[in-house]
Every structure is written in structure tokens, then in C-alpha cells.
Design a protein around this ligand. Structure first.
Ligand SMILES: [Zn+2]
Length: 392
């Protein structure tokens, strides 16, 4: 499946902000969570694990949740507590016993070789915002432009040094290596550590391409496979983040098991439908029949599934408009653009007209499902909308 985007869209809207990383905050992956909780509970945590993760399926999110769980002071059989001092520090990514390595570019000018810790502030910012980020987005965030990110020999030696220190305040000293492919041959430096790990140390490597990891490393790690997310898991995750239900299934379908792609699609999908709805209302209110005909023809070609999503989206906007009309200080779940649209709708539609419209859209949704020609459905719908607006 090919999905194209222009610019990396803004996914920093409040509704998508992660404030913590419990297992419960990780989308789907119930079997992996169960496995990780079991090994933590039984006290048989492997010294080295390789999380082999399908892109955007949550390898890093699971590693963060696991690290937090291992050191939580009040864990249950299901999750970390989220409130003990260890959890609070893990969530802010400042726990003294949880360390991170990730691909970086050399910082210039610098008196010493660049290490991951040189970018720790950027790392915390980006990962707290989106633990499903991909390597390219991360490198863009640190201004790498078209430079390739590396995990250097110096970094590998720093990992060994750090893990050989005693844990400061927790049972486990944990080091997470994200995008371990970037180690390349420097992975050899870690072999001794993998063979003779200090007590209570946990090394978690996260990678997407098994063939780019040295076989000698793979053979010394316990493998945890993290498969692509199911559409239903993705849709549930999007719903939990405040995406209207009418959009979740469609976005999940388009993003093909990759939550990071799904996050990017949220804005672009909504934009397209917002534009579509704005046009439809404009042409109908002003009864521009030529334009309406063209609109019905063009949008009749977008495919039944997309059309259903559009109708569900329209219902969502009309419902929100109705609530704005009736509830004082109603906190609408709308973007700024959508909010303007809702206010415009309320200028020409009374409660009763809105109710009739919702009924009409519901009927048309059913017709699309029953394989009536999309163009016919849209033309009929436009005509009826005009009648409703005019109060006929
Ligand atoms: Zn806790």
C-alpha cells in the first residue's frame, strides 16, 4: 500500500499528547505485554532482549512501559502504578537507572566524541510527545537534515561503562537501544557485555530489520517479536486519543498496522473531509446547481468506503453543531476550522432542520452500503439538503 504525505503533519495537538507510558498506554500488543509482565513477575528477566518491531507497531513504547514496570514500587499483575516516585521519574524519562541510546549525528563543535546523552533533552521532548516516532522524524528533530544517524563505538563503550555501575535507586539498571541497526559493526563491542552481563542489568535492543543486526548479537539476545497492529487495535488506540469514531476505522485501514502513520493521517483525512463538507454546504446554501452537479460527480468517484467516512464525518460535525446550539459553553471536539464551520451551520439551520439532515445522511449512508450509485446518492442528497435549508 502506498500512502503519500506532503509535510510531516502536526501531531502535537493536546489530544494526542502522551503524559505517561503504562502498558495501558501502549496500543494493542496484548500478548507481548502479557509476556513481559510474566517475566518481570517471575523474576526471570533476560539480561538482553531484542525487540524486533514492525515499524510503528510500538517497539519503543513497549520497552518504555517494560522499563517503568520493572522499577515500579507498587506494580500490580497488570501494570505499573503510574504514581510512585520511580514511575514519575520513568514517565519524565529522568529515572537514574533507565538509560537510552539512539542514532545521533556528531555535535559540532564539541571537545569530546558525541554521545546520545548530548541529545537527551531533544530525546525526552520527542519521545514523550510520540513514542511511535520513526528514525527519520527523530533525525529531523535534531537537525540532521540529510545526514545519517549513527550509534558509534564511543557510545557502545559508554553503554558498557554505565551498565557496570551499580543501580542508584532501583532493582534493575536498564539500557534501551533504539534503532539498534545503527550500531552496525560496532555491535561487536557489546558482545562481551552480552556474554557476561553484570547482575540485575537489562539491555533492550529495538530494531526493525533483523538482517541489519550482527548474527552474533541476535544469538545472545532473547527475541521478542512485535507484529504489525491489527486494524481494530489501531482504531481503538485512535479512539482513546480522541479521534472521532467515524474516522478511526478508515485511518486504521490506510495506515496498515503503523500507528505513527495513523497519527499523520488524522489531520490530512480530516482536512479533506472538512473541505468537502464546506464546499457542499456553500453550493447548497447558494443553490449553485451547476457546481452541485460537478461536486456530486467528483465525489461520487472517491469510493464507497471513503464516501461512508465522509457521511460519518458530516454527521459528527452536524451533531457537534447541534450541541453547540443547545449547551452553553459546550467543549466541542472540533478543530478551529471545524468550529467555524459548525457556527456557520448554526446560522442557517434550526434544531429541527439539523435533525432532518441527520436523518437524511443516515439514510444516504445506508444507500451507499446497499450499492446505490454514489453519484445518484450525492445528487439526491444535495437536492434534499437544499429543500431542508429552504424549509420545504
Ligand atoms: Zn509505580
Amino acid at each position: 500500500m502506498c500512502i503519500k504525505y506532503g509535510i510531516v503533519s502536526l501531531i502535537t495537538s493536546n489530544l494526542l499528547l502522551y503524559s505517561h507510558m503504562l502498558f495501558n498506554d501502549v496500543i494493542g500488543q496484548e500478548e507481548v505485554k502479557k509476556h513481559l509482565i510474566e517475566i518481570a513477575q517471575s523474576g526471570t528477566v533476560p539480561h538482553a532482549q531484542l525487540f524486533l518491531s514492525y515499524p510503528g507497531s510500538g517497539g519503543l513504547a513497549l520497552a518504555l512501559a517494560f522499563a517503568q514496570y520493572l522499577n515500579c514500587e507498587n506494580k500490580t499483575h497488570h501494570d505499573s502504578c503510574g504514581t510512585c516516585s520511580a514511575c514519575v521519574k520513568a514517565q519524565k524519562m529522568i529515572h537514574p537507572d533507565i538509560h537510552y541510546t539512539y542514532p545521533i549525528i556528531a555535535k559540532k563543535p564539541s571537545p569530546h566524541p558525541s554521545l546520545s546523552t548530548d541529545y537527551i533533552q531533544e530525546w525526552r521532548n520527542e519521545i514523550i510527545k510520540n513514542p511511535y516516532i520513526n528514525e527519520l522524524e527523530w533525525l529531523q528533530a535534531i537537525g540532521a537534515e540529510n545526514k545519517q544517524g549513527n550509534i558509534t563505538a564511543d557510545e557502545a563503550r559508554a553503554i558498557i561503562k554505565g551498565l557496570n555501575l551499580t543501580a542508584f535507586e532501583s532493582t534493575y539498571k536498564i539500557h534501551i537501544i533504539w534503532m539498534a541497526e545503527a550500531l552496525a559493526k560496532e555491535g561487536n563491542i557489546l558482545l562481551k557485555l552480552l556474554e557476561e552481563p553484570p547482575n540485575n542489568t537489562v539491555l533492550i535492543l529495538i530494531a526493525e530489520n533483523q538482517e541489519e543486526i550482527l548474527p552474533t548479537i541476535i544469538s545472545r539476545c532473547q527475541l521478542v517479536k512485535i507484529n504489525k497492529l491489527q486494524d481494530d487495535e489501531l482504531a481503538q488506540g485512535l479512539l482513546k486519543k480522541g479521534v472521532p469514531q467515524s474516522n478511526t476505522q478508515h485511518i486504521a485501514y490506510l495506515s496498515d498496522g503503523n500507528y505513527n502513520e495513523a497519527l499523520k493521517l488524522i489531520d490530512s483525512e480530516t482536512d479533506v473531509d472538512t473541505r468537502r463538507l464546506t464546499q457542499w454546504l456553500d453550493f447548497s446554501i447558494n443553490m449553485k446547481s451547476g457546481e452541485l452537479l460537478k461536486w456530486s460527480e467528483e465525489n461520487g468517484k472517491i469510493g464507497r468506503e471513503n464516501l461512508k467516512v465522509f457521511l460519518e464525518y458530516t454527521t459528527h460535525i452536524f451533531r457537534e453543531a447541534l450541541l453547540i446550539l443547545h449547551i452553553k459553553q459546550y467543549a466541542a471536539r472540533l478543530s478551529k476550522e471545524e468550529l467555524n464551520l459548525a457556527h456557520r451551520i448554526n446560522k442557517f439551520l434550526t434544531h429541527q432542520k439539523l435533525e432532518s439532515l441527520l436523518e437524511l445522511i443516515n439514510k444516504k449512508h445506508y444507500e451507499i452500503e446497499r450499492n446505490v450509485s454514489p453519484k445518484m446518492v450525492l445528487m439526491d442528497m444535495s437536492l434534499l439538503l437544499h429543500k431542508i435549508i429552504r424549509g420545504k
